[in-house]
Write a protein that binds this ligand. Structure first.
Ligand code: AKG
Length: 191
């Protein structure tokens, strides 16, 4: 486990949370078996395809809304439930939902944002798991300091209660030839 690149950032990184072979097996299962969706958001009155595929999973009846999108939870995939239980064992946090993102190649990305939707409560903890290709993860604080991490397959990035308030984060495009990456952000939706 290592601290984040600034003491201003509430969180930590465990690069070896899931052993490499197990992470590769989870990646293959999720890549093939998740019903990945190409969702659209509304921007300046136009409908735009988000630059990645996604799925939302969790306890029955949970919904998640962001950027005008409304996602209803599908049932836990057994591999995702296994990762959720590994997190419970390590952190004693019982997550009830997860947003899955599939970045097919270096053209896929996620722009600057905070995960501060009302359904996450005021100080959300989020556990972010990376599977597949290594990608850069950027953070920028309110005073515009920038930090970056390389997220490898099997890594757990823990975003603590103050993280969303302290910084925005993003996953930029890359011109490097990269294969696919799956990211799972486990969340606790307030019921
Ligand atoms: O893919 C990543 O590492 C970032 C995902 C993310 O920022 C999110 O789901 O809110």
């Amino acid at each position: 486990m290592q601290p984040l690149p600034s003491t201003q950032l509430d969180g930590w990184l465990d690069e070896d949370f899931i052993p490499v072979e197990t992470a590769a097996s989870y990646f293959r299962q999720l890549y093939e078996e998740i019903p990945w969706q190409q969702d659209q958001i509304q921007l300046f009155g136009r409908s735009i395809s988000i630059p990645r595929l996604q799925a939302f999973m969790g306890e029955a009846g949970l919904d998640y809304r962001y950027s005008g999108l409304s996602l209803s939870a599908i049932d836990w995939h057994p591999a995702v439930a296994e990762i959720r239980d590994r997190l419970l064992h390590k952190t004693e946090v019982q997550f009830n939902a997860v947003l899955l993102n599939l970045y097919r190649d270096g053209h896929d990305s996620m722009g600057w944002h905070r995960d501060d939707e009302p359904e996450l409560g005021s100080n959300p903890v989020i556990a972010s798991i990376s599977l597949g290709a290594q990608r850069r993860f950027l953070m920028r604080t309110r005073d515009r300091e920038r930090y970056e991490l390389q997220l490898n397959s099997g890594a757990l990035l823990w975003m603590g209660p103050s993280f969303q308030n302290q910084c925005q984060h993003s996953l930029p495009k890359t011109k490097k030839p990269v294969t696919a990456r799956i990211n799972l952000t486990f969340r606790k939706i307030q019921i």
